[in-house]
Structures are given as C-alpha cells and as structure tokens.
Design a protein. Structure first.
Length: 174
C-alpha cells in the first residue's frame, strides 16, 4: 500500500481524494461531516463553519465557499461519493464538533445550528449517522483515516495541565 497522504483541514475546506489519507482538524462551533463507504474503502470529510448558505439559489454548483456551509457541504460530499459510484443509502455518516465555545447561548448558537442542519441534511439524504460527538462546551481535535473510516478524537478537556490554559492542542503520540 502506498504511504498515507496527510492533510490538516482548515475551516471551509474538504478532503475528497480517493488516495488513502490521514486528515486532522480542530473543531469548536464548526462541524466535521464525514461520509464513508465500506464497499469502496473510501471516505470524504469537510470542516464547515456555518449552518446554511446565504444565497437564495442555494447550492446548485460548487463555489469557492461550498464547504463553509453545512447544507452545501452535505450536498457536495454526496455528489463526490456518487461520482465514485456509491449511493447515499450505502454510506455511513459521522459528525463531530458543534460546541458552544463561548458559554451557554440558548437554542440558537452557531454550534447547535451547525449540528441541527447537519443531522437534518444527513437524515434527508437517508444516510445512517453511525458516530457522533457533538455539542458541549469543549473543542475537539479529530483524526480521520479516509481508507478505513476510523476517527480518533481528543477533547480539549483531556489536554495536560502543563500545556497552559488548554488553548494548545495535545500533540499526537506516535
């Protein structure tokens, strides 16, 4: 097997390569939406910042902001998987993030809206949500392996005290 490609996913970006990859991202109120096909042994992931695209026409085409918005992200990632020959109903979905990073803010915080929109879009596509770690008040670091579907998670609260106030993420142990 060829060596893994490695990506660090920033807000508004996605990884959609068919090559085996290791994708790392940091999440606060943003969400990571993952689709994985066990048949193909391939997955895709995006780091979305806001729940809904502000354009009236919505997500008809890919634009430079496609992966910033949860609703556009889900549609585009499903289009990628369809292009690889996998239908939505044969996929697995995983969802991470959506924290209320700045204290309790009621029902309509950015994090909560992101999670609600993602769940709504995933359910609407009839993709089973098989793993979820969302909400709360802590950030997360995830590492996703596109060829196995595995996701490893580090919560902000599990960082060591010697790293200060928790603003620095735990370094990976090899």
């Amino acid at each position: 097997m060829s060596p893994l490609l490695e990506f660090f996913l920033l807000p508004g970006q996605a990884v959609v390569t068919p090559r085996p990859s290791r994708v790392t991202t940091l999440l606060g109120s943003c969400v990571a939406v993952i689709f994985y096909s066990t048949r193909l042994g391939r997955g895709v992931v995006a780091h979305s910042m806001l729940s809904a695209c502000p354009r009236r026409e919505g997500c008809r085409k890919v634009c430079k902001e496609t992966y910033r918005y949860v609703d556009c992200t889900v549609k585009q990632l499903l289009t990628v998987m369809d292009g690889w020959g996998e239908k939505a109903e044969n996929l697995q979905a995983k969802l991470f993030g959506g924290a209320d990073m700045y204290g309790p803010g009621g029902e309509r915080t950015v994090g909560r809206l992101n999670v609600l929109k993602a769940k709504e879009a995933i359910a609407g596509a009839k993709v089973p949500l098989v793993a979820e770690e969302t909400g709360g008040r802590e950030g997360r670091k995830i590492i996703f392996f596109t060829h196995t579907g595995e996701v490893f998670l580090v919560r902000r609260s599990s960082l060591s005290a010697e790293e200060g106030d928790g603003a620095v993420w735990d370094r990976e142990r090899r």
